[in-house]
Design a protein around this ligand. Sequence first.
Ligand SMILES: Cc1ncc(C[n+]2csc(CCOP(=O)(O)OP(=O)(O)O)c2C)c(N)n1
Ligand SMILES: [Mg+2]
Length: 662
Amino acid sequence: MTPSPPRVRLTMAQALVRFLAQQRTARDGREQALFGGVFGIFGHGNVAGIGEALQAQRTDGTAEAAPYAPRTDGAARAATREPALRYYLARNEQAMVHTAAAYAKMHNRLRTFACTSSIGPGATNMITGAAGATINRVPVLLLPGDIFAGRRPAPVLQQLESSLSQDVSVNDCFKPISRYWDRINRPEQIITALPEAMRVLTSPAQTGAVTLALPQDVQVEAYDYPAALFEPRVWTIARPRADRDRLQEAARLIRASRRPLVVAGGGVIYSEATDALRRFADATGIAVGETQAGKGALPDPHPLSVGGVGATGTSAANLLARDADLVLVVGSRLSDFTTASKTAFQHEHVRFIAVNIAEVDAAKHAALPLVGDARAVLDELLPLVAGYHVSAEYTESIAASQALWRTEVDRVCAGLSRDPQSESAIRNPQPALIQQAQIIGLLQETLAPTDVIVCAAGSLPGDLHKLWRARDPKGYHMEYGYSCMGYEIAGGLGVKMAAPDRNVYVLVGDGSYLMMAQEIVTAVQEGIKITIILLDNDGFASIGGLSESVGSGGFGTRYRHRHPATGDLDGDSLPVDLAVNAASLGARVWRAETVASFREALAAANADTRTSVIVVPVDREARVSGYESWWDVPVAEVSTFPEVQRARAAYETARRKGRDFL
Ligand SMILES: Cc1ncc(C[n+]2csc(CCOP(=O)(O)OP(=O)(O)O)c2C)c(N)n1
Ligand SMILES: [Mg+2]
């Protein structure tokens, strides 16, 4: 008779925590723990389950055969070593998911955090973060508490009731935004759910938010788990190669092309394919444009780096894109910002080759799909195009457009001339304030190549995509899949936790800051130093500018008092002091209103060990323009406003350039 396998009696939550602590990832022979820890905010939906399990965990990481020993006193607890999964208390559940996502992105998706919340609002607060992670294709493990599986006390506090079914809770909202979703109604279900959850988290093609909804009664239920569940597991991140015939076809297309261009996306960086991309570019002479997630894929300076491509791209990249007869897309999902809403590529017979780990992305734009790992595919493609090089004339035009663009960046970063006659300047006269582009230029000048800038929403992402010269593949951390206001500070925290040796600079607008500044407190609590550069322009410069461009004159985008005469938000300035606000959260704070004072503040912040905030009032009207690009934002087809009618006419003309790639 075979002896029955050893079992361990644990609560579901204890088993879950013990399992998570044993998960590792490996790529190219390098191994690391999958989870850097657990973020959480406790409520009745997780405090007695996951909360107890996190506190009780032992540090040696091995599966113990006996149930957890009861704790006796504080001294005994203090004597226990560092837990395998450290618990971090966040200030907002949305923010903690952003922090986890930023941590994962910084680790090229090889590591992440788990996030535990209570039921109800704690859980649904994670929805925005979950959508952001899934859209950006970065792994996060979400553990929302859920209503009783046993149902007896229902309806419980915070329960969504339905007359159609009792098998409904607010956690069903996670379904469309999770790559894997499960509800653990019996403790033994984690035996099959957890390996699936890990498979999806560690799959570069499928990864995103993984949600395990944990009913509060099931979390505390005990079960005799097989000890094997808690054995260390290594999830190997493979480098799948593309189909051989398609590689040959791709090489034929490249050899036949006269004006090829590479569009490099986040996949290049996640796959650590930046050296492979440089070898490929050097050998073929093909220039490289970068998406927001791909910025730094071909670090600056490089004679073939033409910077951002698409709606917020550089003139250099966008002119090459316009005339390209072949576009080699590597690791991009080709969002509308990258394709300038399908107007970026105008060559009549343009063809696409797409290298992507995800089939869904490789098939876009009717591309020849090279489904596989970016590094593996580029390495295999390179010998197949041996001897091919773009023409000398084309190389010259790349160099010329790159040089022109560098001059333009220097001009813009030195301060834009503000047209005093412009409609917006007349309506909104301001004293000479420092300009956002000047701050970007100063940071470019001051920061070390390995320092990281972090940003997500507002006018900064577009300006940075154009102006920033990324000198390191991990130096430019932009969340622009979801462009979620509020990601910035929470994300900066995650970046710094993932890369403690780098300096982390968060660039954030006043709008984003006011949406989610509270993670400064978490940074202070953990002694984690980030430097936040808060650009205050009285509201939404980005959407204000967009509103003007659609004929709406910036309506509803200013942080102003309601004007008694107009009834609109165009009254006096508000008595809001963001510097005082940041200081009240425990940060070191400086105000900088001039270039000189910004330099001084930056030097002081760099010398300080604490989380620092530099508040800079900036000129809302000094906007960096677009360069050979467009973004499709539909304008009202009928309107009584003449400005809207004009904008609509311009819109109709512009959208005719949109292409179908079939
Ligand atoms: C959560 C969220 N809500 C709304 C938006 C739409 N939106 C994009 S940018 C922006 C304004 C951002 O303001 P601020 O952070 O001050 O940056 P600025 O535009 O002034 O540069 C808004 C409302 C968004 N991206 N995210
Ligand atoms: Mg603003």
